[in-house]
Write a protein that binds this ligand. Structure first.
Ligand SMILES: Cc1cc2nc3c(=O)[nH]c(=O)nc-3n(C[C@H](O)[C@H](O)[C@H](O)COP(=O)(O)OP(=O)(O)OC[C@H]3O[C@@H](n4cnc5c(N)ncnc54)[C@H](O)[C@@H]3O)c2cc1C
Length: 383
């Protein structure tokens, strides 16, 4: 790790803006492929301080569209492989998803090993689902949960062991293109309101700063449109719930999910409230909203559960809700790793693989790449 003052006017092959899962997975994949020197700039003093540290850690392969599912299936495979080197990274709990075709289409399910469960099979796994009305229930044996701090740590280890570097407390500002074709990036120690401490130069830049990516890139003349939404998570005690080695459960239509934790249960009532980067409030009381939402399925199992902790995190979406990955045709050397919505944990390693490929000259699939059709906004050139 580096302090900002040690960076002034240094040259890098690639600078990655953002030290969450998207940025670190990209930087680690680049490092392992021999690309150097690499620098990650992260505003906060630790990796994954925002969305990447405020999620549920579910590895869910079946997504709302087949393209995202493709990355989630690959991401899950890479997490399972990484488990060999980092024990306890992944818990193969399997998952139960209550869903109809409006939420996860058949074209997603065909990519994921699964089977439909009968109602009695569901109730055998979760007798506490007292008021669940029944319906389609998918069992996905290769889903599970991931230890996110461990995943972030493994990426830092991979980055550093390949000679890459990360600077924390290093806020990237405006990016300019120089006559040489290189990028010059302002760096501040702290936040956007602090004075510029220096700048770094690079040939390629990867924008992986999550909820901040739209306002950040606009300043440098590379506008995109993103929406940022808030979602809550809660931890309760186990109440009358039995052992902890059960699959996580997600009810797409009813809008809640449950994950077993050591010593507790993690819940979300799947809020999706539009907001701005870094503004973490909800219009309703998180605990009351959650109790109301889950009551209709879990009935009498819920009132006795005691809330232990709760938090709000941000999910960031492109207008079409697909990720934005790889090179931008408006500017040579500019790459994206943003808009990971609610799938950035599962897909992180696959995102890293894709974006690293783009930096190394491979074509990005057109459905991930920037195009005027996907983003209705004017293109300006860098100055
Ligand atoms: C409540 C909740 C539950 C979720 N559960 C799951 C789940 O179970 N499974 C799943 O797959 N996904 C889940 N997600 C989604 C997942 O957490 C995100 O998709 C993922 O973390 C996004 O990672 P990121 O690196 O793009 O963003 P972030 O983790 O937010 O990283 C962006 C980083 O950029 C930094 N940054 C911003 N501006 C600058 C700048 N100018 N200079 C330097 N650094 C900057 C920020 O400090 C931040 O660290 C959940 C999300 C939420 C909110």
């Amino acid at each position: 790790m580096r302090s900002v003052s040690g960076l002034s006017a240094e040259r890098f092959e690639v600078v990655v803006i953002g030290g969450g899962l998207a940025g670190l997975a990209t930087a680690a994949a680049l490092g392992s492929q021999g690309c150097h020197p690499i620098l990650v700039l992260e505003s906060e003093t630790v990796p994954g301080a925002h969305s990447s540290g405020k999620n549920a850690g579910l590895v869910r392969q079946a997504a709302e569209d087949p393209l995202t599912t493709q990355l989630c299936v690959r991401g899950a495979e890479l997490i399972r492989q990484r488990q060999r080197e980092f024990p306890d990274l992944f818990q193969p709990t399997g998952s139960l998803i209550f869903s109809d075709e409006n939420h996860v289409p058949e074209s997603s399910w065909t990519q994921v090993e699964h089977r439909l469960l009968r109602e009695d099979e569901v109730r055998l796994r979760y007798p506490e689902l007292q008021d669940w009305p029944g319906g389609q229930a998918y069992w996905t044996p290769k889903d599970g949960t991931v230890d996110v701090p461990k995943l972030l740590g493994s990426l830092m280890e991979q980055l550093v062991s390949s000679g890459g570097r990360a600077a924390f407390g290093a806020h990237a500002g405006r990016i300019k293109t120089l006559d040489s074709g290189e990028f010059q990036i302002e760096v501040r120690q702290g936040s956007s309101s602090d004075p510029v401490n220096g700048e770094v130069l690079c040939r390629q830049v990867v924008i992986a700063n999550g909820a901040w990516a739209a306002e950040f890139s606009e300043v440098s003349g590379m506008p995109i449109t993103l929406s940022v939404t808030n979602r809550g998570c809660l931890i309760t005690d186990r109440g009358g719930f039995g052992d902890q080695s059960r699959p996580w459960v997600w009810a797409d239509q009813a809008g809640w999910y449950l994950r077993q934790m050591r010593g507790g249960l993690m819940w979300s009532a799947c809020e999706e409230e539009e907001t701005s980067a870094g503004i973490l409030d909800l219009s309703t009381d998180l605990e009351s909203h959650w109790r109301e939402k889950v009551q209709s399925s879990w009935g009498a199992s819920v009132p006795s559960l005691k809330l232990l902790s709760a938090w709000v995190g941000q999910r960031t979406f492109c207008p079409d809700r697909r990720f934005l990955l790889g090179r931008d045709s408006r500017c040579d050397g500019w790459h994206w790793a943003v808009g990971l919505g609610g799938h950035g944990v599962t897909s992180a390693l696959a995102v890293g693989e894709q974006v690293a490929g783009s930096v190394l000259g491979m074509e990005t699939h057109k459905d991930w790449a920037w195009s005027a059709d996907r983003f209705v906004s004017s293109s300006k050139s860098l100055s």
